[in-house]
Design a protein around this ligand. Structure first.
Ligand code: SAM
Length: 408
């Protein structure tokens, strides 16, 4: 066995040695021993631990693939997540001021996808193991809201009823004030027997969806965004924790500032649209029609808001053009991981004064920020928001302004 020194963490949270070997559950500066296999030290023994190493709070941490960083102190994780963004910006030649990270408390995740499989004895529900298809049963979880964790025995019963042999069911769970919204994928066809059996779960779910079909809606699983209530379609994108959502909404509101007319691009079902519409007219653009429809329904039932207009549009293929953008004082961008390259090019050309950018991918954020900086914008601040505690996932909000060009 050879000793190896861990130099840094990779983007999935694994330790990486100077010669590129990966070792899960290690930290920079640690000396580990183990036999490398296919570029990986599979079961590293910690010879010299990092001062940032802590005892993982969860009993499942070593096997469960849900978390990658429970062995690191909160301070380390906060510094590392900020560094991931700083490094991505530095690679594009950008230095920006950073605000302290906002991290969601444990046990507040309101959305998660669990896996379920039939076994000889009954059924197994949990997260996938690290780099494996095996399902790790979870008796405790320090990430999920307790309302989701307590559903595990119910989900096992659903698996026994609705999974074919060897199939893996996906349970996309979303907690709402009216109960848990559960969207099941990978199940048996919804035949007569299953249709008759599934309503027995009404006491446990606000809504149950099987593939594309809603089996029942016991209570509409509404989410409150600002002064309005939205009923998202099954499995819809929502921010992962209420606390992280509040931090992002506050950052975005600050970033758009006094703007009277805001374009909310990649609007989803209105997480930012509705709070922003308390002070500004908002034009919300989203690619998925079912999300726009949910937002439309909520907008019609909300009162006291400035005008909201909606558009379903593919912003990769048909970004808003400069002549459509000139009426806005601010644009909010909250794109998927691929970023907003095509849209950013149009914004840069239009010269919209203020941009609020929420991102779940520091690399595409930095690429888009570079295009804006080259067009005369500057990043005023970056706020890292950690809604995915103990995972390597990094999110952020930033305020970007067009620099004033003073006449010589
Ligand atoms: C990160 S989510 C943000 C949603 C919303 N802002 C929120 O916070 O709930 C990104 C959104 O972009 C939408 N989207 C993905 N590709 C798109 C495209 N090409 N054009 C327009 N919208 C797209 C997704 O449907 C999703 O709602």
């Amino acid at each position: 066995m050879t000793d190896h020194v861990i130099e840094r963490l990779g983007h999935k949270g694994d330790g990486i040695t100077g010669d590129g070997l990966r070792a899960a559950l290690t930290l920079p500066g640690e000396v580990v021993s183990g036999a490398p296999e296919n570029g990986r030290i599979t079961d590293p023994r910690i010879v010299a631990p990092s001062p940032d190493r802590v005892r993982a709070p969860c009993a499942h941490f070593r096997s469960c693939g849900g978390c990658a960083l429970q062995h690191a102190s909160d301070d380390f994780v906060a510094r590392w997540k900020a560094q991931v963004v700083e490094t991505a910006l530095a690679a594009q030649g950008i230095v920006a001021p950073f605000r302290p990270i906002h991290t969601s408390p444990p046990r507040t995740r309101r959305r998660a996808t669990l896996a379920g499989r039939r076994t000889k004895k009954g059924a197994l529900v949990g997260f996938h193991a690290r780099r494996s298809d095996t399902i790790v049963p979870i008796t405790e979880c320090h990430v999920l809201h307790p309302d989701l964790l307590t559903l595990v025995p119910v989900l096992e019963e659903v698996t026994r009823l609705g999974a074919s042999r060897n199939a893996v069911l996906g349970f996309a769970l979303t907690r709402s004030d009216a109960g848990v919204d559960c969207a099941v994928t990978g199940g048996k066809p919804l035949d007569e027997a299953l249709r008759l059996a599934l309503p027995r779960f009404v006491p446990h779910f606000a809504r149950l969806t099987w593939g594309d079909e809603t089996v029942f809606t016991a209570n509409p699983p509404a989410q409150r965004f600002g002064p309005a209530q939205v009923i998202p379609p099954p499995g819809a994108f929502l921010q992962a924790t209420p606390d992280g959502e509040a931090a992002l909404v506050a950052a975005v509101q600050e970033a758009v500032g006094e703007a009277r007319h805001v374009a909310d691009l990649f609007a989803g079902c209105g997480t930012f649209t509705l709070p922003l519409a308390q002070t500004a007219a908002v034009h919300a653009v989203e690619g998925a029609a079912d999300l726009t429809e949910a937002l439309d329904h909520a907008t019609r039932h909300a009162t006291g808001l400035k005008p909201i207009t909606l558009e379903t549009r593919d912003l990769f293929r048909r970004p808003l053009l400069p002549d459509e953008l000139t009426r806005f004082d601010a644009v909010l961008l909250d794109p998927p991981r691929a970023g907003a390259e095509a849209q950013v090019a149009q914004i840069a050309e239009a010269g919209v004064p203020r941009i609020a950018y929420a991102s779940c991918n520091p690399v595409t954020f930095a690429r888009d920020a570079k295009a804006l900086c080259e067009a005369g914008y500057r990043i005023d601040w970056v706020q890292v928001v950690d809604q995915f505690r103990w995972s390597p996932h990094v999110e952020l909000a930033a305020q970007i302004s067009r620099a004033h060009i003073s006449a010589a």
